[in-house]
Design a protein around this ligand. Structure first.
Ligand code: ADP
Ligand code: MG
Length: 269
């Protein structure tokens, strides 16, 4: 079972879109996938239609460790979800006041049986971001394509990892982290941003941070697919003729690059 947390130190960078599309792509490829919405704003929860009859969601998983009753089926075969169900924000308080609260999600997820567990995390510092990041054996981080945002990404990511590293003692090692150049448009030199990050002290100083070769282009197809509540690679064939199927290409390349890495990042098979 491979545990991947989609994490970044800021919001609006594409974490939820990436989680939903990677999850949908893997599920339709035949893998059994569980997505976990660990963001207080439940955007991932409503990406795909899901079975509303499930008893609970993230709150019970973290506070009571009851995972089986918190899993909902989505409209896609092989794709399940733990929805975010804490509109009042009680969970953050609970985590703060529970000694090992930050590793409760990781612990609860050890009891499920899937090929992949994808955790969509909160893009702001806080206990909720911590439980999501700590639940992953591997971290996948979308990087905004502008050079200033990329530097900010490097700085924010380092401090996030530093903050969580002491959790190692509770059995929650942090990382490795893979940066993914995300939402690149034609006016931006993707290579420049990626190379700058690769050559910076950021990546050099730590073997556990690297930048993937795959680049996710900016395309309105992701928004259209979200409206249609399907993965982008399913949506694209419905689009006007003449537009390139960027989503299928991107997800194929991403999974091809991730597979050998998850193999070494997780303990179990
Ligand atoms: P986060 O979860 O990090 O806050 P989201 O996944 O919600 O970010 O994405 C933020 C916005 O960017 C959304 O409106 C989404 O539709 C849009 N978006 C995501 N991926 C792409 C992409 N590859 N190209 C263009 N727009 C995108
Ligand atoms: Mg989000």
């Amino acid at each position: 079972m491979h545990m991947i947390a989609i994490a970044s130190s800021k919001g609006g960078v594409g974490k939820t879109t990436l989680t939903a599309n990677l999850g949908g792509f893997l599920a339709l490829a035949g893998y059994r996938v569980l997505m976990v919405d660990a963001d207080i704003q439940p955007t991932l929860s409503s990406y795909y239609p899901f079975d509303y009859h499930a008893a609970s969601g993230l709150y019970d998983v973290v506070t009571a460790g009851t995972i089986e009753t918190a899993i909902s089926r989505t409209s896609l075969p092989n794709l399940d979800i733990v929805i975010s169900d804490d509109p009042e924000g009680r969970l953050e308080n609970w985590i703060l006041h529970t000694p090992d609260g930050r590793i409760r999600l990781r612990r609860a997820l050890a009891n499920v049986d899937y090929d992949f567990v994808l955790i969509d995390t909160q893009g702001a510092i806080g206990p909720l971001q911590d439980i999501g990041v700590l639940a992953g054996d591997l971290l996948l981080s979308p990087i905004p394509p502008e050079i200033l945002s990329a530097r900010e990404f490097a700085r924010g990511t380092l401090s996030m990892l530093e903050r969580l590293r002491p959790m190692h003692m509770l059995g929650a090692p942090v990382g490795p982290l893979y940066g993914l150049c995300y939402r690149m448009d034609r006016t931006v030199d993707a290579r420049l941003v990626a190379d700058t990050l690769r050559q910076s002290t950021f990546a050099e100083s730590r073997g556990d941070i690297s930048i993937l070769d795959t680049v996710v282009p900016a395309t309105v197809a992701y928004r259209e697919a979200a409206s249609a509540q399907v993965p982008v690679h399913v949506w694209e064939p419905h689009r006007r003729a003449g537009t390139a199927p960027a989503g299928l290409e991107t997800m194929t390349a991403l999974v091809r690059e991730l597979l050998p890495r998850v193999g070494t990042a997780s303990a179990g098979g």
